[in-house]
Design a protein around this ligand. Structure first.
Ligand code: GLY
Ligand code: MN
Ligand code: MN
Length: 463
């Protein structure tokens, strides 16, 4: 048995205990996705399924009942297919390997599911996450109904399993935090490597393109066993940093410009998410440093606001305050138009140069699941008028942070050319992103294996 098997069994038991009398849950893994013609994308399991099984093969389903019994459906052993596609665990070995009570070939799914659903009160499954799942469930329920005249009862209720699993996944256990720390460490090392390659090549008079730096990242991820980038790597040289969803491409990386890298690995199913912005040749210019230090101060304010009992929105509000004050001071937003800091924030003047939120949950998915509204206060709706559009906005109290939650802290500043802003800041895009684990006393930044202080970045790149 895999040493982690009891962790998944304990999670299944926690889910089973929430299904209610007569509850049954059905969880498929992700489908194989074709890329083009007969070439497929690298396979990535479904996060919910993996959370409950630790099993990474495609074509698998988990069925859980409220009494705690678990049934796995997986690919049958098949020597010929295994010669082509790789070893399969197979249903015979699955109970011992994964700790499930029983396992069958996935070929038996349609035959066995109606029997498993029979005489159950409620069927739970993840809503709106798997194309065609609702249809499969309908088909099985139809077969149960066909047997009602023989005394079978069909489930009368369907419920969204995401509601249960999202709450569980939001607070990470020790096993998850261990993996996330390792993923963060690998990603931090990759950023260090990319920074050093940039300055080294430019010092040697070599041409550098964004893809050279991306290659360093990918090399470091794989070198340390990470299976994938956790999301499409952004390596944005110069003005490209002002395009929020830019991807690493072929633009030249030039001395005197900044490079923004937002890239991180997924290790054993867990994501990390890091952004660093650094001078391509290892030396910040004065305007670059001015804006960089403003973003860093905003991040520091957000980090200080990330602690148990605070709201999810507190770090964002702290960052916006620092950024907006800085924009007023540096002439990035018009002081005459927006007299006070509060006025500029209320009118969202900072949107001109800071148009995204300061963080998101992080876990198996880079934008991880979990409600951003505090569940115990979901009914407390307050209404306000948007000062710009006049639109009526309904707010619900933001999530209260608790130890074990993991979120990113990623303020930025993106200055596009405009006669309204000093020319020295044109085309500078900066984001600094770290991953924070909420602890008993505040938060722990698990991604500081790559520095953020401008002096430390310069020292690293001079090395
Ligand atoms: N890399 C995705 C994000 O920062 O949200
Ligand atoms: Mn992020
Ligand atoms: Mn990111």
């Amino acid at each position: 048995m895999n040493p982690d098997t009891p962790i998944y069994a304990a999670r299944r038991a926690r889910v089973a205990a929430q299904l209610g009398e007569g509850g049954i849950a059905v969880v498929p893994t992700a489908p194989v996705q074709m890329r083009n013609r007969d070439a497929d994308f690298p396979y990535r399991h479904d996060s919910y399924f993996y959370y409950l099984t630790g099993f990474t093969e495609p074509h698998a389903w988990l069925v859980l009942t409220a009494d705690g019994r678990s049934t796995l459906f997986c690919q049958p052993k098949d020597l010929e297919r295994e010669i082509w596609d790789g070893i399969r665990l197979g249903p015979e070995a699955a109970p011992a390997a994964l700790g499930v009570d029983e396992a069958f070939s996935v070929d038996e799914l349609d035959q066995r599911l109606p029997r498993l659903l029979e005489n159950r009160a409620t069927v739970w499954y993840p809503f709106a996450t798997h194309a065609g799942l609702e249809g499969r469930i309908d088909g099985w329920l139809g077969k149960v109904r066909a047997r009602v005249r023989f005394g079978a009862l069909a489930p009368e209720a369907q419920r969204d399993l995401c509601a249960v699993l999202d709450e569980m996944r939001l607070v990470k256990d020790a096993h998850e935090l261990g993996l996330m720390r390792r993923a963060a460490l690998i990603s931090a090392g990759a950023h260090v490597r990319a920074m050093q390659r940039s300055s080294r090549m430019l010092r040697a008079g070599q041409a550098v393109c964004e893809y050279h730096l991306e290659a360093e990242l990918l090399h470091e991820f794989r070198q340390h066993g990470a299976q994938f980038p956790a999301y499409g790597s952004i390596v944005a040289a110069g003005a490209n940093a002002c395009v929020l969803h830019y991807r690493a491409d072929r633009a030249p990386v030039r001395a005197g410009e900044l490079v923004l890298i937002d890239a991180a690995c997924e290790l054993d199913g867990y994501a990390s998410d890091i952004t660093r912005t650094f001078p391509a040749d290892g030396k910040f210019t004065a305007p670059q440093r001015t804006l960089y230090e403003l973003v860093l101060a905003a991040q520091q304010a957000a980090v200080e606001a990330t602690r148990p009992g605070a709201r999810f929105t507190d770090p964002h509000e702290a960052a916006v305050k620092v950024l907006t004050q800085g924009m007023l001071d540096l002439g990035l937003i018009d002081r005459d138009q927006h007299g006070t800091l509060d006025d500029a924030i209320a009118r969202r003047a900072y949107f001109a140069h800071y148009m995204h939120r300061t963080g998101h949950w992080l876990g198996m998915d880079v934008h991880d699941c979990g409600s951003y509204v505090e569940p115990s206060e979901v009914g407390q709706v307050s209404e306000r008028r948007d000062p710009l559009s006049g639109e009526l906005i309904k707010d619900r109290p933001a999530r209260i942070l608790r130890p074990g939650m993991v979120l990113t802290i990623e303020p930025g500043l993106y200055v596009r050319p405009s006669e309204k802003v000093p020319r020295e800041f044109w085309n500078i895009g900066i984001r600094i992103e770290d991953d924070a684990v909420v602890t008993d006393g505040g938060c722990e930044l698990i991604t500081r294996g790559v520095p953020v202080e401008p002096g430390a970045i310069e020292a690293l790149m001079a090395d």
